[in-house]
Design a protein around this ligand. Structure first.
Ligand code: GLC
Length: 423
């Protein structure tokens, strides 16, 4: 089977009726940013189904605009922590934390693609229905997750960042008390080699934070005030800035002037404040611990999302391009999730080395949009080569391209269809 057909077959096989699971064994529910990227993949062959993916996700939105990272449409014993551990008391049952807000950017893409195909009229009502939900979620980030009004996103759990075990969370995770987490049975390590997965200490911390939120009835305002883990994530912050630009574009498209003015103000706050994440010593965009003020100092794949965020600062861009060239000379396949010159780099351990197609898509798109065509094209070509050689894995070694994590992975297949295969 050719790659296009295989990618489509994966999305179709992982479709559970209105939503798509990232991987049937390891991740048997609907995940927030996975679904957004999956919609881009469906859009290459089934426009109707693409919109449904996003609409189903937003059916799980809470009244205050919060959009959960997992929706447990049906229970499945193959995953831990499942719905009873989260105990958010919502219908449908969801987790109590969020994930990187890529949805507005995706919806703009879906809309532009419908429009280009002459189907703008047919999809306009669906866009109008989605718009207020996207805005509500972005307001939630502004009101609940940016306490210092810097235009950044403060994550309350490593899982919110989508880069679960990145070393960026190691130092900020130290104050998390794991002495009372109790016994639990992980399911990820029964599906996959433990060498590819987070450690026991990391899992204890993940669990302790879930218990912390649950003990506070998932009151997000209270969690934001008291949580022992509060990190301004460079990835989510760049992604939200980008998403707000796309949401502004959509507001103008729909003639929603008051909303446009409000989104404009959110963007202005970010453009004025996001420099807080620039680490002058590392000469790099880095996550930063809100409680101690310390920069992580880690050059990760998320650091390269400043281009995607539409930031234009010649000195900072030059700093990032220098890192890009250095890393590009060290590994054949960009972009490793952690700097290969870092002593903690591990080629198959999840977010401490492996390449992720969705992050590459954002990095490559951003570089190309900013006029760095050669760099953007290198990232796209490397992504395509990984898939051509090894199939559609969750992630890949930047050294030899070995696939790691789950196979037949939805968002990887989607990124092939939406971007990597294009010439
Ligand atoms: C892992 C990834 C996260 C993703 C999820 C489902 O937890 O770190 O980014 O959303 O798997 O694919």
């Amino acid at each position: 089977m050719d790659l296009d057909s295989r990618a489509k077959a994966i999305l179709t096989a992982n479709d559970r009726g209105g939503y798509t699971v990232p991987n049937g064994r390891v991740y048997p529910f609907q995940w927030n940013w996975d679904s957004a990227f999956v919609a881009l993949g469906f859009d290459a062959f089934d426009r109707e189904r693409a919109w449904t993916e996003v609409e189903t996700l937003f059916k799980a939105q809470w009244d205050d605009g919060f959009l959960p990272h997992i929706v447990f449409w049906k229970d499945d014993p193959g995953y831990f922590p499942g719905p009873s551990v989260w105990a958010t008391g919502h219908d449908p049952v969801t987790s109590g934390i969020t994930q990187p807000p890529v949805a507005a950017t995706v919806v703009r893409k879906l809309w532009e693609s419908a429009h280009a195909a002459g189907q703008g009229d047919a999809f306009r009502a669906r866009l109008e229905a989605l718009f207020p939900k996207l805005l509500a979620w972005h307001r939630w980030f502004r009101d609940v997750r940016d306490p210092d009004k810097r235009g950044v996103v403060v994550a309350m759990h490593p899982w919110e960042t989508g880069r679960d075990n990145s070393p960026e969370w190691d130092a900020p995770g130290e104050p998390i008390d794991v002495s009372n987490v109790g016994d639990y049975v992980r399911r990820d390590t029964s599906h996959l080699d433990a060498k590819m997965r987070p450690t026991k200490l990391e899992y204890d911390r993940y669990l302790a934070l879930v218990q912390w939120g649950r003990a506070r009835g998932w009151d997000h305002a209270e969690i934001a005030r008291t949580n022992p883990f509060q990190v301004a994530d460079v990835g989510m912050s760049m992604i939200l800035l980008r998403a707000n630009r796309d949401l502004l574009w959509l507001a103008e498209e729909l003639g929603r002037d008051a909303d446009a003015a409000e989104i404009d103000a959110i963007i202005a706050t970010a453009e004025a404040g996001i420099d807080w994440l620039w680490d002058e010593d590392r000469h790099c965009w880095c996550s930063r611990d809100r409680l101690t003020g310390k920069h992580s100092g880690f050059v990760t794949s998320a650091s390269f999302l400043s281009f995607y965020a539409g930031l234009h600062d010649p000195a900072k861009d030059a700093g990032m391009l220098t890192h890009f060239e250095r890393i590009g000379a060290r590994v054949p396949c960009l972009m490793p999730s952690l700097d290969p010159d870092d002593p903690g780099f591990q080629m198959i351990r999840y977010w401490r080395g492996p390449v992720w197609a969705v992050v590459n898509y954002m990095i490559g798109t951003g570089l190309t949009e900013c006029g760095y065509d050669a760099q953007g094209e290198r990232v796209r070509r490397n992504t395509a080569e990984l898939m051509e050689k090894n199939g559609f894995y969750e992630a890949y070694s930047p050294i030899d391209g070995t696939g790691s994590g789950g196979d037949d992975f939805s968002w990887t297949a989607a990124i092939w269809l939406a971007w990597a295969r294009s010439r």
